[in-house]
Design a protein around this ligand. Structure first.
Ligand code: PGA
Length: 251
């Protein structure tokens, strides 16, 4: 039985006081939830304050990115140890905005995954096709490349600390959510890829989140699909009641 994992990706939003207010609002709304892993992913500048506000709560924290070196002359970058120092247990790697706006490649994302895992972070590793790739019939090839290149060289044991997030790019921030059937179809495909690469047990254990315009109103139907194991939530994670609504729909 895979424990659902629901993460809020706050993207480039919220000042420190707003971040703290959000988790202070969220904590009582989800205090009784023990059947779902809950994660929030603030900006770098809000990690410390959010980490302190989360002490003792049943909410974990993640970063939205991480670099591939421990320290040194890498202006503007942040290492896994620095993230853990603020209370992070997780990092998001490979979000489509980093792939498509910041130009991060499969090779760099694979390097990030290796370095994050080797340094004790758990990872939500994102994959997903563009609308033109879906419409052009390239979706399966794109996802195969992202999974194969992204997870290259990772051991089956390390996979215990990896969650995959399927986020069709056309559904992110657009209000156009994938149907439960579309999400399930891709999650089945991705799980089969994991099976080919790592074997049946790893595939069965792998949690695969869906992301893209998830709200409390559509979360219940999506998570009722057997291969949808949680969500990576953007816009609806910026308000305590809407994020709690998604968590409560899933538990
Ligand atoms: P959205 O973003 O929920 O605002 O569509 C999801 C994501 O990018 O992780």
């Amino acid at each position: 039985m895979r424990k659902p994992i629901i993460a809020g990706n706050w993207k480039m939003n919220l000042l420190q006081r707003e971040a703290v207010a959000l988790v202070d609002g969220l904590k009582p709304l989800v205090a009784a939830v023990d059947t779902v892993d809950i994660v929030v992913c603030p900006t770098y500048t809000a990690l410390s304050a959010t980490g302190k506000a989360l002490e003792g709560a049943n909410i974990q924290m993640g970063a939205q990115n991480v670099y591939v070196k421990a320290s040194g002359a890498y202006t503007g970058e942040i290492s896994p140890d620095m993230l853990k120092d603020t209370g992070c247990e997780w990092a998001i790697i490979g979000h489509s905005e980093r792939r498509h706006i910041l130009g991060e490649t499969d090779a760099l994302l694979n390097e990030k995954l290796h370095f994050a895992l080797a340094n004790g972070l758990k990872v939500m590793f994102c994959i997903g096709e563009l609308l033109e790739e879906r419409q052009g019939g390239q979706m399966n090839d794109v996802l195969t490349t992202q999974v194969t290149e992204g997870l290259k060289g990772i051991s089956a044991a390390q996979l215990d600390n990896v969650v995959l997030a399927y986020e069709p790019v056309w559904a992110i921030g657009t209000g156009e959510v994938a149907t439960p059937e579309q999400a399930e179809e891709v999650h089945v495909f991705v799980r089969a890829l994991v099976k080919d690469l790592f074997g049946a047990a790893a595939a069965e254990a792998m949690r695969i989140q869906y992301g893209g315009s998830v709200k409390a109103e559509n979360a219940g139907e999506l998570i009722s699909k057997p291969n949808v194991d949680g969500f990576l939530v953007g816009g609806a994670a910026l308000k305590a009641d809407s994020f709690a609504g998604i968590i409560n729909a899933a538990k």
